[in-house]
Design a protein around this ligand. Structure first.
Ligand code: UGA
Length: 432
């Protein structure tokens, strides 16, 4: 099929590259001319495992093309995905001006039937606004359909999530739209759920909100575990073995971050309020997440007493492993909190250092975990990158000034570290 993706951000690039890989002809469009000229040369602006290779391969095969002209994209393709950003406004609502603009451009440049697929995370009823907008601006009465096809991919495993999704959700009205969408996804051979448009839009918000709820629940529980001396990992394991609960997203830590959960939760709370419902559960999820960062900061203060002039090594800056994304990263929030108290910060992250240099002006950027630990009073693990799981602790012990490890992601077994002479502070393992 001939497909266009409008918006070459995270979702747009992964979707475009993966559809090209499946044998379709794909045009990715974006109004950021600089970004597009880089992409034409295979320069990918984000780090996502496998994405650069997939883009280069499909560029060479001429199945993937980049343009800064929406017009060109709309003319060439029967199926058009909207994957532009929907940032949060000050009042918590999603900013949909980008979506409206794209809908207008699509309408003005159509040269026949078009299937418009809403892929950005949007509030329920956005598709009906897209439909109204296109109807208003479309020329010559060209026919079109609008469908909702929410994306569930995670940063760090986006390509695998796209090619092996648990489910593909398609919210559509006409038979033609349902058929085109089913044909498009059929090569993946994964379960396809066809729903009405509003249900599909809600499935996205509901899924992210539910996953965030699981995380805040286990983080709240970690505080009880600390009080009574239980182990939150064991509690999560015991809960997760119940298939009705499931073991995923029950890892306690310094809280969730990223470009999705915080933003989507805020938007969902706001939409609900506008619809006349005060979604209190979600407010508690958000507040618990904010408190969790402060809780871990307090643990560090309790261990060090005075933070001012202490040297603190932080391993991991990205909001999760396998990405260089720093948006709403709990690690950055923690570092800011420590800096405000006068700590000297030394950091290391396998992929996010370049982006972090723009934010953390006073931190010392180190080439590996050992250099970060040099002379530090405390070592904090803030992101669970694999390379932090297998450190040389003898070397670390001799490098640190004080043998204090704050494991903000619970990646270590406390026992062996304590035997080596470290003071170990985890999340939900009992207070020291
Ligand atoms: C999330 C969803 O998982 C995707 O399904 C969705 O498509 C995406 O948002 C989106 O809306 O675009 P993502 O934000 O990339 O994906 O990352 P997650 O793996 O969900 O992690 C989010 C945050 O939760 C991270 O900060 C992570 O460290 C934290 N987390 C996750 C925990 O603290 N504990 C857990 O058990 C799991």
């Amino acid at each position: 099929m001939d497909i266009s993706i409008i918006g070459s951000g995270y979702v747009g690039l992964v979707t475009g590259a993966c559809f090209a890989e499946l044998g379709n002809t794909v045009i990715c469009a974006d109004n950021d001319v600089k970004k597009i000229s880089g992409l034409k040369k295979g320069l990918v602006p984000i780090y996502e495992p496998g994405l650069k290779e997939l883009i280069s391969y499909n560029l060479k095969n001429k199945r993937l093309k980049f343009t800064s002209s929406i017009r060109e994209a709309v003319k060439a393709s029967e199926v058009i995905f909207i994957a532009v950003g929907t940032p949060t406004l000050e009042n918590g609502e999603a900013d949909l001006t980008g979506i409206e603009k794209v809908a207008r451009s699509i309408a003005q440049n159509m040269v026949g039937y078009r299937l418009i697929v809403e892929k950005s995370t949007v509030p329920v009823e956005t598709c009906s606004w897209v439909k109204k907008t296109i109807s208003t601006y479309v020329k010559k009465g060209y026919k079109f359909d609008v469908v909702s096809n929410p994306e569930f991919l995670r940063e760090g495993s986006a390509i695998n999530d796209f090619t092996h999704p648990d489910r593909i959700v398609i919210g559509a009205e006409s038979l033609k739209a349902k058929q085109i969408m089913t044909n498009l996804y059929q090569p993946l051979n994964r379960p396809i759920l066809i729903t009405n448009i509003k249900s599909a839009e809600l499935i996205k918000h509901a899924s992210n909100a539910f996953l965030a709820t699981k995380i805040s629940f286990i983080n709240a529980l970690s505080r009880i575990c600390d009080q009574v001396g239980a182990d939150v990992k064991e509690v999560a394991q015991g809960m997760g073995l119940d298939s009705r609960i499931g073991g995923h997203f029950l890892r306690a830590g310094i809280g969730y971050g990223g470009s999705c959960f915080p933003k989507d939760l805020e938007a969902f709370i706001t939409i609900s309020r506008k619809l006349g419902y005060d979604f209190q559960i979600l407010k508690a999820v958000r507040d618990t997440n904010q408190e969790q960062g402060a809780y871990v900061l307090q643990k560090i203060k309790d261990a060090l007493w005075i933070i001012k002039d202490k040297t603190i090594a932080v391993l991991g800056l990205a909001f999760k492993p396998d990405t260089d994304d720093l948006r709403n990263s709990p690690s950055i929030a923690l570092i800011m909190g420590l800096s405000r108290e006068g700590a000297r910060i030394r950091v290391y992250d396998p992929k996010a250092m370049a982006k972090a240099k723009e934010i953390l002006k006073e931190a010392v950027f180190c080439k590996d975990p050992y250099q970060a630990a040099r002379g530090a009073d405390c070592l904090i693990v803030a992101t669970e990158w694999n390379e932090f799981k297998e450190l040389d602790f003898i070397k670390l012990k001799n490098t640190l000034k004080r043998q204090l490890i704050v494991d903000g992601r619970n990646i270590y077994e406390p026992g062996p570290l304590k035997e080596l002479g470290f003071t170990y502070i985890g999340v939900g393992h009992g207070n020291e």
